[in-house]
Design a protein around this ligand. Structure first.
Ligand SMILES: Cc1ncc(COP(=O)(O)O)c(C=O)c1O
Length: 421
């Protein structure tokens, strides 16, 4: 067994959560069961009363899920983790656990679309109000505080603008005002950013992305720092019901074993791609935490141990150029989501956010030419070559459609999902 306090993230990713099991398998076995039998009525009563430790029913706890939870908690440097059925289930469970009617929440204005919808349309039905601000702007956060502000919710880097909040400064301010700080650490993973080091109170993840890393699971996680919060969150998660099943837990736990290697490669590839894009004449701007041109480059250097795999850039030529580029890529896969081993590309204005009007897109920081890339672990030069040929076709004047290398089924309004970046 490893000593969690002494082990590095690379070692924890491989070993944390792996216990000793019957038959001594090296990998935690999949305990694919909905329920667990009791030896007798007395044991059942003791388990329900919390007088004995053990498993009762898989919504309340399962050994395969717990192995994953222990691994994630160790990587984040937290007390315990709770695996959830999706990133959104983790965010929902967290906010409902921390807030009640009459409370106020401050959130980053650049957050994942459905998180924004949850905060703007679902939480008000529970009597919870919110203010969204640019959380890279300290004074904007300060001004948004109200006497009833209980939580500051931060996504850093934010989706899709990659805006970065100074976690240390935000935590100091929030704690002075009696509020807690929750951070969505999906874009970084605990390999590149450990929010608890800066004073953050709760960390949430979409496991669907870098932690699993293989685009074959939807899942989420919450990480907390103490027993009291763990018990309170576990109770709410049990009642809301958005838990992760054992097989998905097994897959994510397996994915995490290569997390440190993958994050290194995502970062190295994305750095090369971002530098290529910054020098390309068809590109108006590039936002990437590893470029000195990023407005919060210094903050990124302080709190992140690598720039990560996510890049946003602005294409000259707006919506039409974006559409052409999406139809021209060959190696890069045209798809939503992020954090897998394969490079994914998407153009929100013509795809995920096409049904929003231009004004709503502007408020969500989605400019017409904005393209988002989740850089995979393929050969960086081959990713760049693909982007280069796609940029050439996208910006070519009146090229015949057959020359654009169009896919047979370009995205149509019927097969895109509005507001799902
Ligand atoms: C930053 C971020 N947080 C949360 C989520 C939601 O995760 P899930 O799709 O697993 O519910 C996403 C999804 O893209 C995301 O990008």
């Amino acid at each position: 067994m490893i000593h969690h306090d002494k082990a590095s993230p690379e070692t924890l990713a491989v070993h944390a959560g792996v216990d000793e099991y019957e038959y001594r398998p090296v990998v935690p076995p999949i305990c694919q069961t909905s329920t667990f039998s009791f030896a007798n009525a007395e044991e059942g009563a003791a388990l329900f009363a919390g007088e004995e430790q053990g498993y009762i029913y898989s919504r309340m706890g399962n050994p395969t899920v717990e192995a994953l939870e222990n691994c994630i908690a160790a990587l984040e440097g937290g007390y315990r983790a709770l695996a959830c059925g999706s990133g959104m289930a983790a965010i929902h469970t967290t906010l409902i656990s921390l807030l009640e009617a009459g409370d106020h929440l401050i959130s980053s204005d650049a957050v994942y679309g459905p998180t924004c919808t949850l905060i703007d349309t679902v939480l008000p039905r529970c009597g919870i109000e919110s203010t969204s601000v640019d959380t890279s702007d300290f004074s904007a956060i300060e001004q948004a505080f109200q006497p009833n502000t209980k939580v500051v919710y931060i996504e850093t880097p934010g989706n899709p603008t990659l805006v970065i909040a100074d976690l240390e400064a935000v935590c100091r301010l929030a704690h002075e005002r009696g509020a807690l700080v929750v951070v969505d650490n999906t874009f970084m993973s605990p390999i590149l950013q450990q929010p608890f080091r800066w004073g953050v109170d709760v960390v949430v993840h979409s496991l669907t992305k870098f932690l699993n890393g293989h685009a074959d699971v939807v899942g989420g996680a919450i990480v907390v720092k103490d027993e009291a919060r763990y018990t309170a969150f576990r109770k709410i998660l049990n009642h809301l019901g958005g838990v992760l099943p054992p097989f998905e837990s097994f897959l994510v736990h397996r994915g995490i074993k290569t997390l440190a290697l993958r994050m290194k490669q995502h970062s190295a590839n994305a750095q090369k791609v971002a530098e290529f894009l910054e020098g390309h004449p068809a590109v108006e701007w590039v936002r990437y935490p590893g470029l000195k041109s990023h407005p919060q480059y210094e903050v990124a250097q302080k709190q992140m141990s690598g720039p990560g795999g996510m890049i946003s850039f602005g294409l000259k030529g707006g919506i039409e150029a974006g559409r052409k580029m999406m139809n021209a890529v060959k190696l890069c896969t045209l798809a939503v989501s992020l954090g897998g081993v394969e490079t994914l590309i998407q153009h929100p204005a013509s795809m995920t956010h096409a049904s929003m009007g231009p004004e709503a897109r502007r408020r969500a920081h989605i400019t017409d030419g904005l393209v988002r890339i989740s850089t995979g672990i393929e050969n960086a030069d081959e990713i760049i070559a693909d982007l280069e040929q796609a940029l050439t076709l996208a910006t070519a004047k009146s090229a015949p459609r057959s020359a654009l290398g169009c896919r047979s089924n370009p995205p149509t309004p019927a097969n895109v999902q509005p507001s799902e970046p």
